[in-house]
Ligand binder design. Structure first.
Ligand code: GUN
Length: 287
C-alpha cells in the first residue's frame, strides 16, 4: 500500500495550532480576525462549502460574517456590498463563493475585492505577485496541496510535476508554487495529445479536472505521488475524486483520498490567509 496523505488529519492539526496563534495575538491586540462570506443563491453544494468555512472560522477564533443574497441580486447590489466590506475594518478577508449565477460578472466581482482582503487569492494583483514569486495571498487549494507535500516530506526540487486542469483557481497557481519549489512543471488539459503518456512522465501527478475516477493506472508511473483535487459524485451518488483510487493506489508511492485529502486543506489555508490578512492590516506580527 502507498503512503496515504491524510489531508483531513493535517488540516485538523493546522487548525488547532492556528487557533492557539490567534488566541495569543488576540490577547495582545484585543481584536479578532474577521472573514465575510458571501453566497448568492442557494446551490446545495455551495451552501455546504460556505457552512463548513463559517464553522471552521468560529472554531479557531475568526469572526465570520455571512451574507446570503438572493439568486436575482443585481451586479450593482453585489458590488455595493463588496465596497462596504472593503471599507469595514472588522472585515479582514472577503470571500464570494463561486460559481455565481450567469447574469453576474464573476471577474468583475473577484477584482472588486481589495487585494489585501482577497483571501481566495483570485485578484489579479495577487495572481501577478504569485507568478513573480513574491509574497501574496495564495489561492487556498494550491496552498493546501503544497502544505501537504511538504508535511509528508515529498521531494519537489527537480521533480517532474504534471497538473491536469488549467483553471485559474487550481491548475495555474499550482504551476507557480511548484516552480518556486524548483520542480519541472507541465500543465495538461482536455486538448492535450496523449494525455496518459504525458502523465506517465510525472513524479508528482495532480488532477483537477472534475471527472469521477478518470485517472486510471494507465496515467500513472509506478511509484508516483498522486494528488486528487476532484470532488465528484459517481452514478451511485457517492463522493469520489478524479482518480480511480483503488487501482491507482496499487502502483502509487503516495496518494490523497477523496474525501479527506485536499478538501479539508483548502479550508485550513483559507483560515491561515484570513489570519495573515488580519496581521498585515493591523500592522502586527506574531511573536
Ligand atoms: N468555489 C469552488 N472553490 C472555491 C474557492 O476556493 N473559493 C471560492 N470563493 N469559491 C469556490
Amino acid at each position: 500500500m502507498p503512503i496515504l496523505i491524510k489531508g483531513k488529519e493535517l488540516a485538523q492539526e493546522l487548525r488547532e495550532t492556528l487557533g492557539k496563534r490567534i488566541e495569543k495575538t488576540k490577547s495582545q491586540t484585543g481584536s479578532a480576525p474577521g472573514l465575510a462570506v458571501i453566497q448568492v443563491g442557494s446551490d446545495p453544494a455551495s451552501s455546504i462549502y460556505v457552512r463548513n468555512k463559517q464553522k471552521a472560522c468560529q472554531a479557531c477564533g475568526i469572526k465570520s460574517y455571512g451574507y446570503e443574497l438572493p439568486e436575482e441580486v443585481s451586479q450593482a447590489e453585489l458590488m455595493e456590498l463588496i465596497d462596504t466590506l472593503n471599507q469595514d475594518a472588522k472585515v479582514n478577508g472577503i470571500l464570494c463563493q463561486l460559481p455565481l449565477p450567469d447574469h453576474l460578472d464573476e471577474f468583475a466581482v473577484t477584482q472588486a475585492i481589495l487585494p489585501e482582503k482577497d483571501v481566495d487569492g483570485f485578484h489579479a494583483v495577487n495572481i501577478g505577485l504569485l507568478s513573480m514569486g513574491r509574497d501574496c495571498l495564495v489561492p487556498c487549494t494550491p496552498a493546501g496541496i503544497l502544505a501537504m507535500l511538504k508535511a509528508y516530506d515529498i521531494p519537489l526540487k527537480g521533480q517532474r510535476c504534471v497538473i491536469i486542469g488549467r483553471s485559474n483557481i487550481v491548475g495555474k497557481p499550482v504551476v507557480q508554487l511548484m516552480l518556486k519549489e524548483h520542480a519541472t512543471v507541465t500543465i495538461a488539459h482536455s486538448r492535450t495529445r496523449d494525455l496518459p503518456g504525458l502523465c506517465r512522465n510525472a513524479d508528482i501527478l495532480i488532477s483537477a479536472i472534475g471527472k469521477a475516477r478518470f485517472v486510471s493506472p494507465e496515467y500513472v508511473k509506478p511509484g508516483a505521488v498522486v494528488i486528487d483535487v476532484g470532488i465528484n459524485r459517481d452514478d451511485a451518488g457517492k463522493v469520489v475524486g478524479d482518480v480511480d483510487f483503488t487501482s491507482v493506489a496499487s502502483i502509487a508511492s503516495a496518494i490523497t483520498p477523496v474525501p479527506g485529502g485536499v478538501g479539508p486543506m483548502t479550508i485550513a489555508m483559507l483560515l491561515e490567509n484570513t489570519f495573515q490578512a488580519y496581521l498585515k492590516q493591523n500592522n502586527v506580527s506574531e511573536e
